[in-house]
Design a protein around this ligand. Structure first.
Ligand code: NAD
Length: 485
């Protein structure tokens, strides 16, 4: 209780008292979990700029040691962090525990990835001396976090950025400041100065101010496509700033011939409804061969009917919790009704048992007959089903989106998977695996409206440092061999 009370302090250093409070509420109960003032942007950026040279000058081994200590601090706080994530964004406790594990695992993965992707390399040549390739940090990087993985996803930017020698300003989602606060506390307890990695609470307004700030060298963003586009537009004339955009998806899962329909159905349900559909990689569209349609849909519906929707700490544990807030639940309900009234056929209705809370049941709707399916990300537990006759049609349907994050084929022959892999447009292409649950040891990003070709995950090292090529010789040596009078 003491730790939880410590989460909501009235006044933090670097906060602007004239602005309205940021208030974070538990989706499952509506109770307030955190309240505080938004940060004061100039103060935060100035502190970061002052801290950067010292941090960048530290030997790499020190920075690595400090992030390893961070992992130990997270281990000590694992229970508090997991319970706070579960309360603040409504995900089941077992899932919040898994998120905390990902935070810890990120450290060793990032150390490996730094060494492999951005370490120093030397190419020796008798004529040119040594050609060295080394990497330098950008400077002050701002991490703008989403609500759905309020610790793991920002951390996926923060750790590689710190290892590479950047200082970090982390602005958590305004819907998840309590989780962000514990994360950043672990960095400080590990011995990383509070100016090297700062918590900067705020909403879209503060996000915009950081994006526009002259003292910021880059924006590492995970969130919706609309926000990502706004950031991209704002920085269109600033090629000097590094911008990594990890955005949403309208992800397809294609089910083709397979003798294992029950397993296929489980992969579909996991892809569509894990985290109440609030994952960037969640399957939004199930594209299914007409000959399998009836049998598959019986299995998918039966399994979806069995999913327990409940509060994070319920016993027995729920499969999924509520969506993030009532506004999100209202929007999803409206979207479902829109699909229904424009040619969609409900296979499983979206049900909201209590209008005052954002718990939604998993919903399935056949949109095959819709003339014009909106290509938007419905960030919740709604799965659209589209029936197709042949494999080319399935691929065309999978690509019928401006997004391109994750795509899965379930069933099919190796030849069909090869065709799918070659032709489907997405940054994550899986076979007989869910669209969700990307590996830390692999790049994680999308094309189209899903990203700007700066994947995070294992490749985050690439956008946290820039390469410098240096031709180097111990002594000057005359070089002009021809063309002299
Ligand atoms: P969001 O875009 O609403 O907010 C993300 C962050 O941007 C928040 O910190 C917010 O305060 C800030 N922000 C909002 N408007 C801004 C602006 N104009 N300028 C600068 N900053 C601004 O996203 P969300 O609802 O918190 O997260 C869910 C979205 O994130 C979904 O679309 C999901 O698909 C996506 N997501 C993507 C990935 C990925 O790796 N590709 C992972 C998780 C979530």
């Amino acid at each position: 209780a003491t730790q939880e009370a410590a989460l909501s302090s009235e006044r933090r250093p670097g906060t602007d008292v004239s602005k309205a409070d940021i208030i974070s509420c538990e989706p499952a109960t509506g109770a307030e979990i955190w309240r505080g003032k938004p940060c004061e942007i100039n103060e935060v950026v100035t502190r970061a700029r002052q801290a950067w040279p010292g941090w960048a000058a530290q030997p790499l081994a020190n920075r690595m040691e400090l992030v390893r200590r961070f992992a130990n601090e997270v281990r000590k706080e694992a229970d508090t962090l997991a319970r706070t994530i579960a309360r603040e964004v409504g995900k089941p406790l077992w899932e919040a525990n898994a998120e905390v594990e990902s935070v810890i695992n990120k450290v060793e993965v990032s150390i490996r990835s730094y060494a492999e992707r951005t370490s120093q390399r030397k190419l020796d040549s008798a004529l040119q001396g040594t050609m060295a390739v080394r990497h330098k940090p950008h400077g002050v990087l701002v991490v703008l976090g989403p609500f759905n993985y309020p610790a793991h996803l920002p951390n996926s930017h923060i750790i590689p950025a710190l290892i590479a020698g950047n200082v970090v300003i982390f602005k958590p989602s305004e819907k998840a400041p309590a989780s962000g606060e514990i994360l950043i506390r672990c960095f400080h307890r590990a011995g990383i100065a509070s100016s090297v990695v700062q918590l900067a609470v705020g909403g879209p307004e503060e996000g915009q101010a950081f994006v526009a700030h002259e003292g910021v060298d880059g924006i590492l963003f995970t969130g919706s496509a609309n926000t990502g586009l706004a950031i991209n537009r704002r920085l269109a004339t600033r090629p000097d700033k590094v911008v990594a955009l990890e955005m949403g998806g309208n992800n397809p899962i294609v089910v083709w011939d397979t003798p294992k329909l029950t397993d296929a159905a489980a992969i579909v349900v996991q892809s569509a409804f894990a985290t109440a559909g609030q994952r960037c990689t969640a399957a939004r569209r199930l594209i299914v061969r007409d000959t399998l349609y009836d049998a598959l849909m019986v299995e998918v519906k039966a399994l979806a009917d069995r999913l327990i929707v409940g509060a994070p700490f319920d016993d027995p544990a729920p499969f999924m919790g509520p969506v993030i807030d009532n506004a999100a639940a209202d929007g999803l309900t409206e979207s479902f009704l829109y699909l229904l009234s424009n040619g969609g056929r409900a296979i499983k209705h979206l049900v909201r048992p209590d209008e005052s809370l954002p718990f939604l049941s998993p919903a399935i709707i056949d949109t095959t007959a819709m003339a014009d399916r909106p290509d938007v990300e419905l960030f919740g537990p709604i799965l659209q089903v589209i029936k197709v006759g042949d494999f080319d049609g399935a691929i065309a349907e999978a690509n019928n989106t401006r997004f391109g994050l994750a795509a899965s084929l379930v069933g099919g022959t190796p030849q069909e998977y090869n065709r799918f892999w070659a032709n489907v447009r997405a940054g994550i292409v899986n076979w007989n695996r869910p669209t969700t649950g990307p590996s830390h040891a692999a790049p994680m990003g999308g094309i189209g409206l899903s990203g700007n070709h700066r994947p995070t995950g294992y490749y985050a090292a690439d956008y946290c440092a820039y390469p410098v090529a240096s031709g180097e010789m111990e002594q000057p040596r005359a070089m002009i061999g021809v063309g002299l009078k």
